[in-house]
Design a protein around this ligand. Structure first.
Ligand code: ACO
Length: 323
């Protein structure tokens, strides 16, 4: 049975760091309010010349290096983003060109903060169907460019960055002890689309628009949706929270992460947290967290790693993999 195994991982964050105190001069807010409500202390903000594709390229190169591969070894690039460099072509195609890759295929996946989970699931489906052998999966965002910097209820929450992994097909027994993606579960419900959306777009206003969010509504649904897709992963594999070595959730808000881990019975010391330093980087948050925890040796080969995300749409999903 074919499994999709992580061979490499990488990250790129913009150089510029904006601390909560820096935001106190932009909107009426305070370091205390932001830390208490969200756990965020700082975020990275893209500067001149830094774009979603340039950050994605940096993360992709790091992931390829770590895998001991070059772009010549890759046959598919999937980039999860809601902040593309252009409406079209896809940011994945832009990154493909920046990597000097002119074969295979590249496309974007748009599922907002769940984008990386959707992209990993898509890559895994291509690999298990025998349609691709090595896939570069990227989550890259520049949310700072779609924020309304006069709206304190949203502008304090987000940051920019990119992360990437290389997935490779590996033949195995098909047991839960094998490396690779064991199971993935995706959901969406467009009835909630106006709770978290961008108020512009090419076919409506002809503008890029700004992010709008009913934060309390998002919060209300988050924990239930997250636990729903994680319980689906447990049901599909017979595994449970006691088996999880590392929980790598989408990093939107420390309170949502804590409440989800508590509800699922996952110990705090198994939870990877980056939201304090990165803010919410949407589709980039999970691969950034993976790169950090695998890079510093916390996540080791053979560990059972649980990914989950919930975001605009609403969309939500989980991926359970053995590293
Ligand atoms: N600084 C100071 N005060 C603020 C700020 C701020 N930055 N923002 C809001 N407030 C005020 C509000 O105006 C309100 O004041 P009022 O009581 O006088 O009206 C008060 O703080 C409380 O506001 P709430 O919105 O009720 O605060 P809440 O505890 O719900 O926290 C937050 C807000 C942090 C946005 C929370 O609701 C949340 O995290 N929601 C989930 C958001 C999320 O995770 N979104 C990402 C989803 S992923 C994706 O797809 C992009």
């Amino acid at each position: 049975m074919i499994r999709s195994v992580v061979r490499g991982f990488g990250a790129q964050l913009p150089e510029r760091i904006m601390k909560n105190r820096d935001l106190e001069g932009v909107v009426e807010t305070s370091d205390d309010w932001i830390v208490q409500r969200t756990g965020i202390r700082q975020r990275h903000i893209a500067g001149d010349g830094e774009t979603t594709a340039s950050l994605g390229e940096g993360a992709a190169r790091a992931a390829l290096d770590r895998a001991g591969m070059t772009a010549a070894d890759i046959d598919l690039i999937i980039c999860a983003t809601s902040t593309p460099d252009n409406t079209f072509p896809a940011t994945a195609v832009n990154i493909q060109n920046r990597l000097g890759m002119h074969h295979g295929a590249a496309f974007d996946v748009q599922a907002v903060c769940s984008g990386f989970v959707f992209a990993m699931t898509t890559a895994d489906t291509y690999i298990r169907a025998g349609m691709a052998k090595r896939v570069l999966v990227i989550g890259a965002e520049t949310f700072s460019r779609i924020l309304d910097w006069t709206d304190r209820t949203t502008c304090v929450l987000f940051g920019d960055g990119a992360g990437a992994v290389v997935l490779e097909a590996e033949e195995g027994e098909g047991t839960i002890a094998d490396r690779g993606i064991l199971t993935a579960h995706l959901r969406s419900d467009g009835a909630h689309r106006e709770k978290l959306y961008v108020d512009g777009g090419p076919s409506t206003t002809g503008t890029v628009g700004h992010l709008r969010m009913e934060g309390r509504e998002v919060f209300k649904h988050a924990v239930g949706m997250i636990t729903d897709v994680i319980e689906a992963a447990y049901a599909a594999t017979g595994l449970g929270s006691a088996d999880i070595d590392w929980f790598v959730p989408h990093q939107a808000n420390k309170r949502i992460i804590d409440a989800s881990a508590r509800k699922l019975g996952i110990d705090d010391d198994k939870v990877v947290i980056t939201v304090d330093r990165h803010g919410n980087t949407s589709a980039a948050s999970i691969p950034l967290a993976l790169a950090e925890a695998a890079g510093d040796g916390r996540i080791k080969q053979g560990d059972l790693v649980l990914l989950e995300a919930m975001g605009g749409g609403f969309t939500w999903g989980s991926v359970l993999l053995r590293w």
